[in-house]
Design a binder for this molecule. Structure first.
Ligand code: 3SK
Length: 521
């Protein structure tokens, strides 16, 4: 691993490094619009870096990126990193007040935005006025606006050679905003060395990722899981990344598999469930045999979904867990050791501990909170030092995930700390109940939350999306019986709410706080 003072620039390593290894003509990015080689992406990133410098961007200045997944995202991200500036990817579909918050909090000097997002960001910049000046660079066709720059114009005029900033391994490289499932977003700071660390600890040894692979990530590049799967992990090994600017929709995975033949799929449980529910694509059945690895993270993967996926496609799913603060996956199943309803074991390069409410390490078999240490952990949240002290506790990061480790070092996920329910004095895991409900083939997806009854005692209630059948009292009775038989009375949901979909964050996680509110209506 790199040491702190090593001269190191992640763009030089992860992008330009491919040219030194003779991959200049190899395809780096493939989209429905075309293909770009590593040589072309590196030259375009240099142009972006030079254009940003022309606009006055200096090392450590933040550059907001509100772009859909595509080659301009890749060149802007690495162009900024190469100059020592700090890219801050955010979703390209937010409202003006969300952009106003992100611009104020990050103090981004420049925002590179898609034409379809420009109006929302422009409104935010106008509302902030002189308090927070930010230069807009617009990608795509728009009417020119005074004081803004056109991406194509400024990058065409820029030099395609760029001297990298003299950064070290511990310089800031990029930020990602994380809102979790509640609360105000906080900027998670990552360092120059972190992307290489994730590639060398996880992608190569666990996935066997190499230059012959073609990756596709359902999670978008503005999220930690997607930024790894869709950009820096494939670039770190000289693989090809398929990037799609469209929002996720049920048939997307099957269409991508049919058209681009990825060998590694970075999916999320909802994406796997939607792909199964949507059946084969209008353009014929997708042939999943070209896929070597299906990865899952982002939320818990029910064992029943793993089995249904295997039955339909012949493929396993490699479940794992990470966090925006860990950069990428730190605990994972292995290709030769896949267990249902299990996160797998700690990835080499990281260590994990399970602790009780006093911070004491608990023995295997005991439920507790997961702490992690290793070489890609965020050092702090920007401008949130109280929260940083609670989360980044010395070398150990408190993830907020509740897990149990068995005698052989395999971890199971039980829920987030805030989502665990105390029923009748006992801690109950919503994930355990959801896993039982998901085994009924009429259940497409579900989420369990704790809701106070009239005596203010917490009781589990289930929100269920059905797969092709109508809701009925008889179905509630059957589902209730299934849980009671498997888990006992205190874990059995008192009420079943049949809904058409579950509320989710932009990152795709179920918003349990909204379900709790809904249950109280
Ligand atoms: O949610 C996860 O498990 C995850 C995995 C990798 C990177 C980021 C996240 C949040």
């Amino acid at each position: 691993w790199l040491s702190q003072a090593d001269h190191y620039n992640a763009a030089v390593d992860l992008l330009d490094g491919n040219l030194d290894l003779g991959r200049g003509d190899k395809t780096a990015v493939r989209t429905p619009e075309g293909e770009w080689t590593y040589g072309e992406v590196a030259a375009a990133a240099n142009r972006v870096g030079n254009a940003l410098s022309e606009l006055g961007v200096e090392p450590e200045n933040r550059v907001l990126i509100a772009l859909p997944d595509g080659v301009q995202f890749a060149t802007t991200f690495f162009g900024a990193v190469k100059t020592g500036a700090v890219p801050v990817p955010v979703p390209p579909s937010l409202a003006p007040d969300a952009y106003a918050f992100l611009l104020t909090d990050s103090r981004a000097k420049v925002a590179v935005v898609d034409a379809s997002t420009a109006l929302a960001v422009r409104t935010a910049v106008r509302d902030l006025g002189a308090t927070r000046p930010c230069r807009l660079v617009v990608v795509g066709e728009t009417e020119p606006v005074p004081g803004e720059s056109d991406f194509a114009e400024i990058t065409a005029a820029a030099d395609d050679r760029l001297e990298p900033a003299d950064t070290v391994a511990e310089d800031m490289a990029f930020w990602l905003y994380s809102s979790g499932t509640t609360g105000r977003p906080k900027a998670v700071v990552h360092l120059q060395s972190h992307m290489r660390f994730c590639a060398d600890a996880y992608a190569r040894p666990v996935l066997g990722l190499d230059e012959s692979d073609v990756t596709f990530s359902v999670s978008k590049l503005s999220f930690a899981y997607g930024l790894g799967g869709g950009l820096y992990l494939p670039f770190a090994v000289g693989a090809t990344s398929v990037l799609l600017d469209a929002p996720a929709q049920p048939r997307m995975v099957a269409e991508v598999v049919r058209r681009f033949r990825p060998s590694v799929l970075f999916g999320v449980p909802t994406g796997y469930a939607n792909t199964l529910a949507a059946g084969s694509s209008s353009s014929g059945p997708a042939d999943f045999r070209g896929i070597r690895v299906c990865v899952s993270a982002g939320e818990s993967l029910a064992g029943s979904l793993l089995h249904r996926w295997k039955e339909a496609t012949g493929l396993d799913i490699l479940d794992g867990i990470g966090a925006t603060e860990t950069c990428h996956i730190v605990i994972s199943n292995r290709l030769d050791d896949i267990r249902p309803d299990c996160l797998g074991t700690v990835v080499d390069g990281y260590e994990a501990r399970v602790v009780d409410e006093h911070g004491e390490v608990v023995p295997p078999g005991t439920t507790g909170t997961l702490l992690v240490r290793g070489g890609s952990l965020a050092p702090f949240y920007w401008r949130q030092f109280g929260l940083s002290r609670q989360t980044m506790t010395g070398e150990w990061l408190r993830t907020g995930d509740v897990v149990v480790e068995d005698d052989s070092g395999h971890f199971s996920f039980l829920g987030r700390e805030d989502d665990m329910l105390k029923v009748g004095g006992m801690w109950v895991s919503p994930v355990e109940i959801e896993s039982v409900l998901s085994q009924d083939e009429r259940v497409a997806e579900c989420a369990v939350v704790g809701v106070p009854d009239r005596d203010k005692l917490i009781k589990p209630e289930a929100f269920v999306v059905l797969d092709g059948v109508a809701p009925s009292d008889a179905l509630s009775v059957t589902l209730r019986q299934q849980v009671r038989q498997r888990l006992g009375g205190n874990k059995t949901p008192r009420t079943f709410h049949f809904v058409s979909e579950l509320p989710r964050t932009d990152a795709g996680k179920v918003q349990r706080s909204r379900l709790r509110e809904q249950a109280l209506l």
